[in-house]
Design a binder for this molecule. Structure first.
Ligand SMILES: [Zn+2]
Length: 119
């Protein structure tokens, strides 16, 4: 038995249109509505179609968000620990950043961290 934590709620619509009364039971219906309204807008010389607010994401979307949030927690924890090394005077920011190039998966998170925390 799978844990229902990431399951889509049965019987609830997938999403609703922000621009009209459209309600969609599946992701495909929502995407169809967005491309149809986009096409109509394009023919009328405009650009923007209707946008859909997702109220009941499908399982893969829920899992992606769940995993994404774990990854982001780990990256934050990692950056905090490196920052502690710097703040405690064990390494300089330059030394830490230099060592980071051996860990490219974390390097980008670190560079974003620096950009945000040092600005
Ligand atoms: Zn619409």
């Amino acid at each position: 038995m799978t844990n229902p934590r990431f399951d889509q709620v049965q019987g609830e619509p997938y999403g609703a249109c922000r621009d009209c009364d459209g309600v969609f039971s599946t992701k495909e219906e929502a995407h169809q509505h967005m491309s149809q309204t986009h096409e109509l807008a394009r023919q009328a010389g405009g650009n923007a179609g209707h946008s859909v607010s997702i109220r009941n994401p499908e399982r893969p979307e829920r899992i992606r968000r769940g995993i994404g949030s774990i990854v982001s927690d780990v990256m934050n924890d990692f950056c905090n620990q490196v920052d502690d090394l710097i703040n405690d005077g064990h390494v300089t920011e330059e030394e830490a950043t230099e060592a980071m190039r051996f860990y490219p998966d974390f390097q980008e998170a670190w560079e974003n961290w620096l950009a945000e925390s040092r600005s």
